[in-house]
Design a protein around this ligand. Structure first.
Ligand code: 3PY
Ligand code: ZN
Length: 633
């Protein structure tokens, strides 16, 4: 093959056949169709050691030692039945009834979704979840559910981790057969940032239910009931649990802020119950529900509806543990918490702390404290692998009650501001965020509506726009961020109280806004046709999973398929190798498939040739191998 390539190569035909020619023509060594797993593996590592991982400095983070994680023993231990069996045997209504009968506080562990989404940009890899999953299953069978999917995890898995979120679900399900899995579904936005046609949302629910999802926490980013209808209905149809949410904003204790008062939430909760919700979620995405407000809200909701109530909050202010305790006291059925080492700051409050707080009381969750500690210890080690993705926050900040930025967005906004050269203006950005919220008429802020507010705040700061009047006046001649255009067009749904008409006019520049559900207007996607197109284009037998994922994120999926073709399944690498590659002389074992292990040692990184390719030398199972990697610097 090599010789065939040489004799057909234009430079060979021109007579340039000295040895330098071979050396600086790495393409001669690239036999795409023949490249095996081992070659793909060293190409991946070669690329990481030369170019690093996008978005973080190259090489291992200074001052952090990566220790191997300690996994509690499970060999020979049986898995007790848990909530998964209750749902499978009694259905969603049966599960809801069971929830209400429990005296103990039911706990959802968010470590594998919202915690890492809020603490380190959603980067936790499947490998770091599956290694501890059996221990969770065996040692904490009283857990109500694991939130381990949805929100940003779907996109980030494909886009940055180059692994399939579906594979994550399958592997976790194999290890945790006894506990419910739970995901966050952004209503008509599913696991994306934009509205999808109804058939995409329905099909996504149908396939994910088939693949192992149990509870769908459904919300609309403007609390617009119409935006949640299709998802609630479809989850009911497939026999899974529809946990429909009220997104909490404002402050029910502040009588001056009457837009989102207690009555507003109670009315919405009753509507959701009527629409077929099995469980009500209180989604406090920014951690704005104050402890005594939780008492009022939970009591009022308990009086008003019959379905169980599940409380989700973020600890940005550092008040959240008290709020959880108040919600528990007021009779909330279930709460979201994260393992201690993955808790607090913009994440959820500590599960381990709550176990101690409720120990010996009638609301004791019944989870073994010592075992929960071991699981937290595991994640403490794992968390170091992700150090460069941490937001840098060192303490809680009660200022969140002023700016109302959701946990996940807060930890992202700072790096976003830095990347725009506005790092030193973070305080202004937070203030502007609150001002933009006022300009928009005080809206619910959660993905994707929160992005509109964040993007507009950055837009105003970058263009030195101070007031709403200036925004309307100067905006007439400016292009607005895509998110803002989509919002004012009605593509994210309808905010309570409508859109500010003057601003809507300058943003849309003559385009019509809609007032119906966008999903109704969007053409259905031909998923079977899409599946065939993907199979032909990427040369493999695509499944309905590939098709639905592609329908949600076409470009991301294209890059993902190309990456798999080029480098194989990179989910098999340990996280330090995946993000930082190897040091010179470092040797690792990589099990590329069951029973097939590669021993890889990095020997040297050479100087780039004139084309910018560096030879990277390895020893692969004891045999010298070199790959040529384009240095992108
Ligand atoms: C998401 O939509 O990803 C969220 O976590 C919102 O709180
Ligand atoms: Zn959250």
């Amino acid at each position: 093959l090599f010789l065939e390539k040489v004799v057909r190569d234009p430079r060979f035909l021109l007579g340039e056949t000295d040895t330098g020619y071979i050396e600086d023509s790495p393409h001669l060594f690239q036999f795409r169709e023949k490249r095996d797993r081992a070659t793909k593996t060293i190409r991946y590592i070669g690329n990481i050691v030369v170019n690093g991982t996008d978005g973080i400095p190259k090489g291992k983070p200074a001052g952090v030692t990566f220790l191997p994680p300690v996994v509690p023993k499970t060999a020979g231990m049986t898995v007790q039945d848990g909530t998964k069996q209750i749902l499978d045997q009694r259905g969603p209504e049966g599960l809801a009834k069971w929830m209400k009968e429990q005296k103990r506080l039911l706990l959802t562990d968010t470590t594998m979704r919202d915690a890492h989404q809020s603490l380190f940009a959603t980067r936790m890899r499947t490998r770091d979840m599956t290694r501890i999953a059996r221990a969770c299953s065996v040692h904490m069978p009283e857990m109500f559910s694991y939130e381990m999917w949805g929100g940003a995890t779907f996109d980030v898995a494909y886009r940055f981790l180059k692994e399939s979120p579906w594979e994550r679900m399958a592997q976790l399900r194999a290890e945790i057969p006894n506990t419910l899995f739970q995901m966050l579904l952004r209503g008509a936005n599913a696991v994306g940032y934009t509205n999808y046609p109804d058939n995409v949302v329905r099909e996504f629910i149908r396939i994910s239910a088939r693949e192992g999802m149990d509870i769908y926490r459904i919300f609309d980013s403007l609390n617009w009931l119409d935006g949640m209808k299709v998802a609630i209905e479809e989850v009911g149809k497939v026999g899974k649990v529809a946990e429909a949410c009220i997104c909490y904003t404002g402050d029910i204790l502040d009588k001056k802020r009457s837009k989102y008062d207690l009555k507003y939430y109670v009315t919405m909760a009753k509507e959701l119950e009527k629409m077929g919700a099995h469980v009500l979620g209180i989604k406090d995405m920014a951690g704005l529900l104050k402890p005594y407000a939780a008492t009022e809200l939970v009591k009022a909701l308990k009086d008003a509806i019959d379905i169980p109530i599940h409380f989700h909050t973020h600890d940005t202010s550092a008040n959240a543990i008290t709020t959880v305790m108040k919600a528990a006291e007021a009779g909330v059925d279930a709460v979201d918490l994260a393992m201690a080492s993955m808790a607090e700051l913009t994440s959820q409050p500590s599960l381990n702390a709550i176990l101690y707080a409720l120990q010996g009381t009638e609301r004791d969750p019944g989870i073994d404290i010592a075992q929960a500690q071991k699981i937290s210890n595991y994640f403490e080690i794992i968390r170091d692998y992700y150090a460069p993705f941490e937001s840098g926050l060192k303490a809680g900040n009660a200022e969140v009650y002023e700016h109302e930025i959701p946990g996940g967005q807060y930890s992202n906004l700072r790096p976003q501001a830095i990347s725009l050269g506005l790092g030193e203006r973070f305080d202004d950005i937070k203030r502007k965020y609150a001002e933009v919220n006022d300009i928009l008429g005080d809206i619910v802020k959660v993905t994707p509506s929160s992005k509109v507010v964040g993007d507009l705040a950055l837009f105003m700061i970058r263009n030195n726009i101070e007031t709403k009047e200036q925004l309307v006046e100067r905006g007439a001649k400016m292009g607005f961020p895509d998110s803002a255009v989509s919002y004012f067009k009605g593509m994210m749904g309808q905010p309570m109280g409508g859109f500010p008409a003057d601003l809507q006019k300058v943003v849309l520049k003559g385009e019509e806004a809609i007032t119906c559900r966008p999903g109704e207007l969007l053409e259905p996607v031909d998923l079977e046709g899409l599946r065939r197109t993907i199979s032909a284009k990427f040369n493999f037998e695509a499944s309905d999973i590939d098709a639905i994922s592609y329908a949600l994120y076409d470009r991301v999926l294209e890059d993902y398929f190309k990456h798999v073709d080029e480098y194989g399944d990179v989910s098999v690498f340990d996280t330090p190798v995946f993000f930082y590659g190897l040091d010179i002389g470092e040797q690792v074992e990589i099990e590329i498939e069951e029973g097939k292990t590669l021993v890889v040692q990095l020997i040297a990184i050479g100087e780039p040739n004139e084309k910018g390719y560096r030879p990277v030398r390895f020893e692969l199972n004891g045999v010298a191998r070199t790959v040529y990697v384009k240095d992108n610097e």
